[in-house]
Design a protein around this ligand. Sequence first.
Ligand code: APR
Length: 418
Amino acid sequence: MRSILHRVARALGSDARITVMTGAGVSAASGVPTFRGADGLWKDFRVDDLATPQAFTRNPRAVWEWYDWRRQAIAGCQPNAAHHVLASWSLRFPRFTLITQNVDGLHERAGASDVLRLHGSIWDVGCWNQCAGSPHRWRDDSVPFPVLPPSCPHCGGPLRPGVVWFGELLDSEVVDRSLDATRCDVFFTVGTSAIVYPAAGFLDHARSHGAMTVEINPEATPASSTVDVVVPERAELALPELDATLGAHPLALTTERLRLEPLLPRHVEAAHQLWTHPEVRRYLWDDRIIPRETAEEVARASAADFARHRFGLWLVYGHEESGMPVGFCGLRTDGVGPGPELLFGLYPTYWGRGFAQEASRAVLAHAFTTLRLPRVTAATDAPNERSARTLSAIGMRFDRRAEHNGLDTLFYSIDLRR
Ligand code: APR
């Protein structure tokens, strides 16, 4: 097993184009109810007969009872280790695509962004009448819905679940983007029986484009005899093991790690030392973006800032090769946001370099996968094109502009609960 994973790991270079397609097996360890029960029935209905437009026309209430039940069950499930590894890869590898046949939204809840959802989302709804007043699909997290079927806020007609039913066309843009992603270096098929098209065909496309093909599934499937590598293991075990084989992220986040609750004088002293570190000082001084006389002054302001906001955790991340500190993170517990949030920043000279994106990606991966935070905020007191470009490239959105430490600061954030 170990040698198989090493073979795969060798192909996962930081510039490799990697595509992962997942199915129900990836959510099995989260306890997401399977599509079909042992007898293929739900109440007195055959489930294959519930997931069709015809069934909805005949009995919208029965169809909605089934979806409402599944939404309630999924709401109580948590992403598992497989989701967390894939979410971290979506931040770690710049050329990474995640395609899923699942409608449960657990990839997104683990922090993956831009997931290609072939079969839609159970958390989306749409107007059954396709009325002019409503968008094609929108998100509605209500569990349970007070009335079934729920009604369209625009025309009052019934809403439908935002999933793709049997007999319906898949979203052509999602299919096109998925097909494009089959032009990759490594293609994974994870936790899917690989029989439902077009998903099953993506594997053939990837192979024809010369990709290394890898299947992760404890059971043999029709794909098993055609892929280059079979990993006969459950996704929630195989993916973390593969991730560990890849080694640490290129950017180590471990230079300094302090618990700051309650804030002690030695923590303030540590902050002071960081900001007066000769390398940091050189960068602050040379850059001249921060309108401060000396790095010591910045150090005092930042130590006071740490004290004021009662950071629960503070870590300074450094460049692995040089060991030089390049930025900071603090876990705010003072209720600024709706829950604990990680605030991070980079020293001004780094914004706009490829390295800034790598650093920011690593911080997000760390926040979502290790700290399991729902929200991350980036602060940049060098508000310019370069920092905006870096943060937008990793999916962060502009949040607010405010004074912070006496500096004009832009805040960008990602909130998984939105
Ligand atoms: N890790 C990896 N794979 C697993 C695990 C696990 N822990 N547990 C089960 N599996 C595998 C099973 O061996 C099986 O091959 O996951 C696969 C699940 O297959 P299906 O239930 O057929 O699910 P999927 O391939 O996603 O189905 C595709 O068909 O039912 C419709 O629209 C529905 O999106 C779904 C589509």
